[in-house]
Design a protein around this ligand. Sequence first.
Ligand code: MG
Length: 259
Amino acid sequence: MFNSIKVELKTQREIEKMRIAGKLVGEILNSLETFIKPGISTQDIEDFVLAQIKDAKMDAAFLGYPKGSANPFPCACCISINEEVVHGRPNPNRKLKDGDIVSVDTGTIYDGYYGDAAKTYAVGQISQEAKKLLAVTEQALENAIKIALPNNRLGDIGWTVQTTAEENGFSVVRDYGGHGIGRNLHEDPHIQNFGKKNTGLKLEAGMVLAIEPMLNIGTYKVKTLADGWTVVTKDSSLSAHFEHTIAITKDGNEVLTRM
Ligand code: MG
């Protein structure tokens, strides 16, 4: 069934545009390291990020996505605190507190091509358990990138994320995953963060993929709040999210959103 998925391969010219879009996302996520602190609101983060996208004369990929929807996403960033997994909406009344973890997911469009990445930050002093969750989630992403090579398969990515998570006592969100990316924010293939080695679509040069593990301290199960966007863990346990956009090359891959 995986062989029937049509994955669009990108040319060098297209990847060059995605490199420009991705570089800005990497710079923005890096700039948040010092910006995020107790007392600021999630709207402050949104404003800070949107200003950088506008300064670079690019467009915010998430703002108004998906086009034509009755309930499009209203902001440039998804900002998710603690038990929020993904798709939290910036809010001027939502202030960060010492000990929170906050994930920021954002995307840009340069000349029609998208970049997408996410990172989870510690707000002030966080617990040892939260520190471990952040470290393991980032490690799961790095391990997945290491195995995202031509002739390996999509299942290798999912297996790697799941194994890294579960060996460390964490669970992997099943209902959301990574995706192809290009002239659209979300393209085929869908990339599960769990699965079996040596199964699924074969990776090849020219594929551009957003890999994005989401790990929870408790259950893998999630639910969506009444706002229609914010996804939270069912048991209210902490959740972390890291993401990079990568291009598969002939002999490896290139991370387009790395600073
Ligand atoms: Mg994504």
